[in-house]
Design a protein around this ligand. Structure first.
Ligand SMILES: C[S@@+](CC[C@H](N)C(=O)[O-])C[C@H]1O[C@@H](n2cnc3c(N)ncnc32)[C@H](O)[C@@H]1O
Length: 252
């Protein structure tokens, strides 16, 4: 009787690892956490490929339903599927901790994450600073954090990865273009002027998928660029090694 936390990767039903798939097939219950990310396939594609019925865990169910899942895992094998990797940029430590505290056996099966998929851009992963998120401006009209994080990272010469807000149940996903407009509009930035139309930025869409896009260019250029469907993220490079600069040339 075990709780399995399984990363299912970034693109579609076939991104699960062989190990993850074998576990899902033997589980009595399979949950999918789908409020912090998005796959490029439907839940029924997953169900067909896994041969299992999937229960969707929305934010409410996952935060209040953690105890229910732990109670179930004390009696049965339960899989909790997470898009991307299990503990990357999400809050599933809570579920892991609760399992441990209740003496419920818990196992983790890792997978790719947006945090590693950005490696394709060519900026050294070791040289990223703190990762930050850009929320929808209507929810945070006095937004400052993403700009402050960028400022701090830049002062250390580090790259900044911005994850962009999403509300999958409302089919609302922030695009690179809006993220850039939000950053430009932050009050502190208007005073300090650290963000300019000419600065180099990198937009990414659907990393890990066949039709992924990485585009490097000036902020002005990227604000007009069509990245297509979700998910998107944004990078502002810090101090670059010449190999990093050469890699970015590939994406211009
Ligand atoms: C909370 S994070 C996802 C964490 C997930 N567990 C993982 O390991 O990738 C969600 C945000 O990351 C970014 N993101 C996730 N997957 C992406 C992808 N394949 N391509 C571009 N951005 C992505 C988007 O900005 C999205 O709103």
């Amino acid at each position: 009787m075990t709780l399995y936390l399984i990363g299912i990767g970034l693109a579609d039903e076939k991104d699960i690892s062989v190990k993850g798939l074998e576990i899902v097939k033997k589980c009595d219950r399979v949950y999918l956490e789908s409020y912090t990310s998005l796959l490029q396939c439907s839940v029924s594609d997953l169900e067909e490929f896994y041969g299992k019925k999937i229960i969707i865990a929305d934010r409410e169910m996952s935060e209040q339903g953690d105890e229910k899942i732990i109670a179930e895992a004390a009696e049965k094998d339960v899989a909790f599927l997470i898009i991307g990797d299990v503990f990357s940029a999400t809050t599933h430590v809570q579920l892991f901790k609760l399992a441990k505290e209740n003496n419920v056996k818990v196992e983790v099966v890792n997978n790719a994450s947006v945090l590693t998929a950005v490696g394709v851009v060519g900026l050294e992963l070791y040289k990223y600073g703190k990762v930050t998120s850009i929320p929808f401006i209507e929810d945070h009209p006095k937004l400052e954090t993403p700009y402050n994080v960028y400022h701090e990272n830049l002062s250390l010469g580090l790259h900044t990865l911005f994850l962009l807000d999403l509300k999958p149940f409302e089919e609302k996903f922030m695009a690179v273009n809006s993220a850039l407009e939000i950053l430009e509009g932050i009050e502190a930035q208007k005073k300090e002027g650290l963000i300019s139309e000419e600065m180099l930025v990198v937009g990414c869409a659907r990393l890990g998928c066949d039709d992924f896009i990485v585009k490097a260019g000036s902020l002005k250029e990227l604000k007009k660029f069509d990245f297509g469907g979700p998910l998107h993220c944004l990078i502002i490079p810090g101090k670059m090694h010449f190999i990093e600069e050469e890699m970015l040339e590939l994406w211009k």
